[in-house]
Design a protein around this ligand. Structure first.
Ligand code: ADP
Ligand code: MG
Ligand code: MG
Length: 251
């Protein structure tokens, strides 16, 4: 589904990603962990198509297509969903309208009929129940005045509605409150299907108590330096990141 080969990216001549290799298959949940500043959010931004970063080497294929050449909105239409640590606010546009527009754009791209108002509302009810989001949130303007936790819940709801093939979720380093954490974990677990995949970017192991990843990768200084199963996350929790720095050099 996703194949990243030798990806290098820089900003203002500073190389941040220094040769990332990663393969994600349908049905898998991957966690990317690593110390602050190792390039986790940069990887998410580059995959989203943020033009601030220049890709200097490597390739990224999604469903067999080279996405580095695609505009961010086309990546989304292909079924790539990216959360951001600080998602944008859209004052005056309610979540309901925002999602209805987004879903119908996706359907148009796939040459499917737009959802009628009643079909849309039915879908919305289903997904709201599934990911346990209350109407308070969906009736408000997109992310306007949302707390960090509310933005995260909102993202999970968007993910539920848009049914992406691959979701890349970048968690805030400051961490979520327990309620938001539960919604995120619950959402990822409930939305898991044999034909979709999730990449969870997280500094802390805490989220991985609720979501069991198939693979855990450690990103350090712009490279994936270690890959393992869920036990690797426990090892990081117990021992911190110092041993990674010792083994792979302090930058
Ligand atoms: P992480 O998410 O793992 O904490 P980031 O991807 O946010 O790491 O950052 C990786 C490195 O890239 C850091 O050294 C950071 O200072 C640098 N960096 C990120 N964004 C920018 C930017 N807009 N301008 C300059 N440097 C940046
Ligand atoms: Mg950071
Ligand atoms: Mg980050």
């Amino acid at each position: 589904m996703l194949s990243i080969k030798n990806l290098h990216a820089k900003i203002e001549d500073k190389e941040i990603l220094r040769g990332i290799d990663l393969k994600v298959k349908p049905g898998e949940v991957h966690a990317i962990m690593g110390p602050n500043g190792s390039g986790k959010s940069t990887l998410a931004s580059v995959l989203a198509g943020n033009e601030m970063f220049e890709v200097s080497e490597g390739e990224v294929q999604f469903n067999g297509k080279d996405i580095l050449e695609m505009a961010p909105e086309d990546r989304a239409r292909e079924g790539l969903f990216l959360s951001f640590q600080y998602p944008v606010e859209i004052p005056g546009v309610s979540m309901v309208n925002f999602l209805r527009t987004s879903i119908n754009e996706l359907r148009k791209y796939r040459e499917e009929k737009p959802l009628s108002a009643s079909e849309f509302l039915k879908l919305m009810r289903e997904k709201k129940n599934l990911v346990e989001i209350d109407s308070d949130l969906t009736n408000r303007s997109v992310n306007e005045g949302f707390s960090g936790g509310e933005k995260k819940k909102n993202e999970i709801f968007q993910m539920a509605m848009l049914e992406p093939k691959l979701s890349i979720l970048d968690e805030t380093d400051s961490g979520l409150d327990i309620d938001a954490l539960r919604v995120v974990a619950n959402g990822v677990n409930k939305l898991k299907r044999p034909d979709n995949a999730t990449v969870l970017i997280t500094h802390y192991q805490r989220l991985l108590e609720y979501i069991v990843p198939d693979y855990v990768h450690v990103l350090y200084h712009g490279r994936i330096v270690k890959t393992g199963g869920k036990e690797l996350a426990h090892e990081l929790e117990a021992n911190g990141y110092d041993w990674i720095k010792k083994e792979f050099g302090d930058k």
